[in-house]
Design a protein around this ligand. Structure first.
Ligand code: NAD
Length: 259
C-alpha cells in the first residue's frame, strides 16, 4: 500500500520509536496524527515534523487505553482523508517485580495488571477502534488499511523481573496472526515489530555502563538500535502488500540473557 498522500495515526508519537516512525511516514508523503499522553512533548514533535513538510503532522493528546479520547484522535486523523495506517508504539516499561520477593512475599498483582493494561489492552483498544474506521475505506493497492504493532524481544526471551512486560509483549505478538486472520475479510493487514535494545528515552533511564554493555552484546551491528531503523521497518511493513500476520524481530540478532 503506497504511503504517499495517506492519512496515518502514530501512537506514542511524541517520543522514541513512535516519533521516528512518524518521521518516516511524513518523509514518504503521509499526513500524520500523533497520539500521546497530554503530558508528552507531542506538540513540539508535530512542529518538528512540520519542518519536513508544512502541515504534515498534528498532535492529539489521548491515552490509548481510553476509548473516547482515542476516537477523538481517529476523528482528527479522518479529517485529513481516509485513515489507512496505524503505527502503535505507545507503551511503558515493566515494573521490575520478581514473582516472589526476597522476604518470600508474592509480587504485586496491581502492578502486574497495570503493565498489561497499558501495553496489551492499550494495543487491543487502538487496533479495534482503528480497524473499525479502516473497514469503511475504499481499497488502495488492495488494502483498506494496514497496522503495525510493537512487541519486544522480551516476548521471546524475557529476563528475570520482566514477567509483566513479557506477558504484555507476548500478548501483542500472539494477537498479530489472529488479528491478521480476523481482519483479512476487511483487507486490513496487521504486522508487529519486536525491537531489541533501542536508543530512546525509555532506555535513557539506564546507567551509561549498562547501555554500553548492552550495545557490546549485540552480535552485529555492535550498537543499540537507532529509532530510524524501527521507523523504516514500520513504513516498509505498511507498504509491502504481501506481509501480513508477521512479527519481525529487529534486534541485530541479540538474544537476551536471563538477567
Ligand atoms: N526502546 C527500546 O529498546 C524498546 C525495546 C522493545 C520494545 N520497545 C517498545 O517500543 C514502544 C515505544 O517505546 P520507546 O522506546 O519509543 O519509548 P518512549 O518512552 O520514548 O515512547 C513511548 C511513548 O508512549 C507514550 N505513552 C505511554 N503510555 C501511553 C498511553 N497510555 N497512551 C498514550 N501514549 C502513551 C509515552 O508518553 C511516550 O511518548 C513501547 O511499547 C516499548 O515497550 C522499546
Amino acid at each position: 500500500m503506497r504511503i504517499e498522500g495517506i492519512s496515518a495515526l502514530v501512537t506514542g508519537g511524541a517520543s522514541g520509536l513512535g516519533l521516528a516512525s512518524a518521521r518516516q511516514l511524513v518523509a514518504r508523503g503521509a499526513t500524520v496524527v500523533l497520539v500521546d499522553l497530554p503530558t508528552s512533548p507531542g506538540a513540539e514533535a508535530a512542529k518538528e515534523l512540520g519542518q519536513i513538510r508544512d502541515g504534515a503532522a498534528w498532535f492529539v493528546p489521548a491515552d490509548v487505553t481510553d476509548p473516547e479520547a482515542f476516537n477523538e484522535a481517529l476523528d482528527a486523523a479522518e479529517q485529513r482523508g481516509p485513515l489507512r495506517a496505524l503505527v502503535h508504539c505507545a507503551g511503558r516499561g515493566g515494573d521490575r517485580l520478581r514473582i516472589i520477593n526476597r522476604d518470600r512475599t508474592p509480587g504485586d498483582l496491581d502492578s502486574f495488571a497495570e503493565v498489561l493494561r497499558i501495553n496489551l489492552i492499550g494495543t487491543y483498544n487502538a487496533l479495534r477502534l482503528t480497524a473499525a474506521r479502516m473497514s469503511g475505506n475504499e481499497l488502495l493497492d488492495g488494502d483498506r488499511g494496514a497496522c503495525v504493532l510493537t512487541a519486544s524481544v522480551a516476548a521471546f526471551d524475557g529476563q528475570i523481573g520482566q514477567t509483566s512486560y513479557t506477558a504484555s509483549k507476548a500478548g501483542v505478538h500472539g494477537i498479530t496472526l489472529v488479528a491478521a486472520r480476523d481482519l483479512a475479510s476487511w483487507q486490513i493487514r496487521v504486522n508487529t515489530i519486536a525491537p531489541g535494545v533501542f536508543e530512546t528515552p525509555m532506555l535513557g533511564r539506564l546507567r551509561e555502563d549498562i547501555r554500553e554493555g548492552l550495545a557490546a552484546s549485540v552480535p552485529h551491528p555492535k550498537r543499540l538500535g537507532d529509532p530510524a531503523d524501527f521507523g523504516k521497518l514500520a513504513a516498509d511493513m505498511l507498504e509491502n502488500s504481501y506481509l501480513n500476520g508477521q512479527t519481525i524481530r529487529l534486534d541485530g540478532s541479540i538474544r537476551m540473557a536471563p538477567r
